[in-house]
Design a protein around this ligand. Structure first.
Ligand code: DX5
Ligand code: ZN
Length: 216
């Protein structure tokens, strides 16, 4: 089953609660939460207190994408705030193997994100121990960017590693996915699809989720 993970970076923060209730009602599989520190990426979003608040109003698993330097400093805080899956960036952590084990020690799922220019081979030895790999299909930092076409090859490479070493691996794709390309992204091997603008555009969450599913 393909999972849809709406990114609340594209939500209207003046009514975040009601947008989350809609995601709940209209069948989002995960809530994708983009945390940015203004250092790893050139943007600042939101953090631990916001996650804690919205955790009270939904049971949808929280897929927390940490676009922050040295994420190991804050893992425990994000677990306490309600993260169910934690993604750290390959490029942001010098001791990734240790951080993955640390995340898993809390009973939370562990995932590594790869920036567009980062080769898939870099996670070859980690893959058995991962619950998810996130393939960035835009340069991280902002919603609403264009899908980078070579990402499909990278997804295929992750799928090959997954078939060989970890059949249960979730393969997530993040950035620029919409109705026009979701099918090819899934065909390449992705099974968790992040969608920000494609879900929140025109304030039609219900219709947008349904039409994304309709394309798969
Ligand atoms: C980008 C974020 C994405 C982003 C996706 O740094 O990681 O999750 O919100 O937004 P869209 O789907 O609009 O590209
Ligand atoms: Zn993201």
């Amino acid at each position: 089953m393909i999972k849809i993970a709406p990114s609340i970076l594209s939500a209207d923060f003046s009514k975040l609660g009601s947008d989350i209730e809609k995601l709940d009602k209209f069948g989002a599989d995960f809530i994708h939460i983009d945390v940015m520190d203004g250092m790893f990426v050139p943007n600042i979003s939101f953090g631990i207190p916001v996650i804690k608040s919205i955790k009270k109003i939904t049971n949808i698993p929280f897929d927390v994408h940490l676009m922050i330097e040295e994420p190991s400093r804050y893992i425990e805080d994000f677990v306490e705030a309600g993260a169910d899956i934690i993604t750290v960036h390959f490029e942001a952590d010098r001791h990734l193997d240790r951080t993955i084990n640390y995340i898993k020690s809390f009973g939370v799922k562990a995932s590594v994100a790869l920036n567009p220019a980062t080769p898939v081979d870099n996670i070859k030895y980690l893959i058995k121990n991962l619950d998810m790999v996130l393939v960035m299909s835009v340069n991280p930092g902002f919603g609403g960017q264009k899908y980078i076409d070579y990402s499909n090859y990278k997804i295929e490479e992750v799928k090959k590693l997954s078939d060989k070493y970890n059949k249960d691996l979730m393969i997530e794709v993040d950035g620029g996915v919409g109705r026009n390309n979701i099918k090819s992204v899934v065909k390449s091997g992705a099974n968790v699809i992040v969608a920000g603008s494609a879900v929140f555009k025109d304030n039609k969450i219900k219709e947008n989720i349904a039409s994304l599913r309709g394309e798969i």
